[in-house]
Write a protein of this length. Structure first.
Lengths: 308, 264
């Protein structure tokens, strides 16, 4: 990770109200230069609304937002010059070829024609899309479109890149390509902020994450810190008959934090506990001991929807 | 009400983005050039022959000129109106709603004001191309024989701007394609028939004449006829004033509305 010192994004008490839905309430966080910051949460948590405010295409009803030291209220144009956006719906222009999509987008930034063509060409090469450059957007596969959208977000050589669910709906190969690409950007010292509901993605890419639900941040920290604070080191996970759940809970409720999802029980083991002895006391064929993950934190903090 | 007045009187900000968004539309236009020429130029030309020449044969003279000479200035106006209106409604709505073109542009330094202005300017230019098409055919028929055509072209461009802005205003409210039919069949098409286009206004009953003066196209048609006949009179000033007024109010209103729709 590059040395993180300067604050690139600072949000204080952001609130966003749509007609009768309070999408984001009292949101505060900051993002440091050179880090990858993840916003995690279930669908409808307010991630995309938050992203739209950070992209300056939506104004908060209350609160202050500073991006790259500029006030998002009245300096949107200056912010947008320096930020790359990879939106969830790709928004590629179906009237044009892959190449023209990049070229036209570059022109919106006021990049001179020749330079715009050069950058479009370079990015197509970088994304392995050279053979697709004359294809229309509808002729391209989902993975190709996603790579084109990534390329588009980099056309203005931004120092800060915002990605809204960059790998949703992609097959594993493309997902790995995107991850490796984002890791490359981090190495170059770019600041990334992304939303995702894939915990694996967040754990792999993010230096710090914020878990959101119902328009609020429930917890914020490095994935490791969060796992240790909310879950512990290891998890004993087992499947049992629904009728047995109460029995096991009565046995372990006092000692361990736990979580129940349908007929699956997860016991969170703290340092110093002996997982072996616990496991011996459970009669289940589907029992495992594994390292605690961000997914456990996520399900614990925002997983009520699944347990009901 | 106050909101409405504010929308109508707040002037959108021009910037370099107007040019780049306009160019985006122009690039697409270049791909579909032939289709556009087909309906922008061929269709009005057919009207000129069928109505101007064909019906004109049975009409004789109106106000001392042949029917086709009476008719073609009005056709210049209504062709510009229709092309501009269609561009800033159906085509623009596709970009707004289905292609999300504007939403994507907003991630760049181009501002919503500039997108709105670019769309109006683009639709006006396309309408003006229709005007030039009719003009070309009219010239081939030997109808255009006055230098007054040059100031008339300015009026015709303003006319395109008025209907481009009106179209964008409708687009900014509309949620579905079908809604355009109300504006099209309820307003635009009737206007193309009753604004002193196919027959002089004075042949309408008094009440209908007064009503016709409220229609923007009436003023474009009157102003264009006056100029092509070389008549400079106070009425011409009123016509031009009315068109300019509408051009400004409608574009302010349309861009404000579009902005509210885009930035939520």
């Amino acid at each position: 990770m590059a040395q993180a010192t300067r604050i690139v994004i600072e949000a204080r008490g952001l609130k966003k109200q749509f007609e009768n839905v309070l999408a984001v309430k009292d949101l505060s966080f900051h993002v440091l230069e050179g880090e990858c910051f993840g916003l995690l949460g279930p669908n409808g948590a307010g991630k995309s609304t938050t992203m739209r405010m950070l992209n300056c295409v939506s104004q908060p009803n209350e609160g202050d937002l500073f991006v790259l030291g500029l006030d998002a209220k009245n300096q949107t144009q200056r912010i947008q010059h320096q930020v790359g956006v990879v939106p969830q719906e790709d928004g590629l222009d179906p009237d044009f070829s892959a190449f023209d999509n990049l070229y036209i987008y570059a022109r919106y930034f006021g990049i001179a024609r020749r330079e715009a063509k050069k950058r479009a060409q370079e990015l197509l090469r970088l994304m392995n899309l050279e053979d697709e450059q004359d294809k229309g957007v509808y002729e391209m596969s989902g993975g190709q479109r996603r790579r084109l959208t990534l390329a588009r977000g980099l056309i203005n050589e931004p120092a800060l890149i915002m990605l809204d669910e960059p790998t949703t709906g992609l097959d594993p190969q493309i997902r790995h390509f995107v991850w490796e690409y984002l890791e490359g950007l981090k190495l170059k010292g770019k600041t990334l902020i992304l939303t995702t509901h894939y915990m694996e993605e967040a754990e792999r890419l993010c230096d710090r994450v914020a878990i959101m639900d119902k328009g609020e941040i429930l917890a914020i920290g490095t994935p490791r810190e969060m796992i240790e604070t909310y879950v512990g080191q290891e998890v004993v996970e087992f499947v049992c008959r629904p009728s047995e759940i109460d029995y096991y809970l009565s046995k372990y409720r006092e000692t361990y934090e736990y979580q129940v999802l349908n007929n699956k029980v997860r016991l969170f083991i703290k340092e110093g506990d002996n997982p072996k002895s616990i496991m011996e006391g459970i009669d289940s064929e589907m029992i495992t001991l594994r390292r605690a993950s961000l997914e456990d934190v996520f399900l614990k903090l925002a997983g009520y929807k699944l347990s009901n | 009400m106050l909101e409405l007045i504010k929308d109508m009187t707040s002037f959108p900000k021009w910037g370099a983005g107007v040019f780049t968004v306009w160019t985006r539309n122009y690039m697409y236009f270049k791909y579909t050039f032939l289709i556009t020429l087909f309906w922008v130029i061929l269709e009005p030309s057919l009207y000129l022959f069928a109505v101007g020449k064909g019906v004109g044969m049975f009409v004789g003279k109106i106000d001392g000129v042949s029917y086709i000479e009476f008719f073609y200035p009005a056709l210049l106006c209504s062709a510009g109106m229709l092309v501009s209106f269609f561009e800033s409604t159906y085509a623009c709505f596709t970009r707004l709603q289905h292609q999300k073109t504007f939403q994507t542009i907003l991630f760049t330094p181009v501002q919503a004001d500039e997108i709105g202005l670019a769309e109006i300017l683009w639709a006006s230019c396309k309408g003006f191309l229709g005007v030039l098409g009719v003009l070309l055919v009219s010239s081939l028929l030997g109808l255009v024989n006055s230098v007054w055509i040059l100031p008339a072209l300015i009026i015709l461009f303003i006319n395109c701007w008025v209907f481009a802005a009106f179209g964008l205003l409708i687009t900014s409210y509309v949620k579905h394609w079908d809604t355009f039919i109300y504006a099209q069949s309820g307003f635009i098409i009737p206007m193309s028939l009753f604004s002193g286009t196919y027959f002089p206004l004075y042949s309408l009953p008094d009440w209908a004449q007064s009503f016709a003066y409220l229609l923007p196209l009436t003023h474009s048609v009157m102003a264009t006829r006056f100029l092509l006949e070389g008549q400079i009179n106070p009425m011409l000033l009123l016509n031009v004033g009315m068109l300019l007024f509408l051009a400004i109010i409608l574009s302010n209103w349309a861009v404000s509305r579009l902005k509210k729709r885009l930035i939520v």
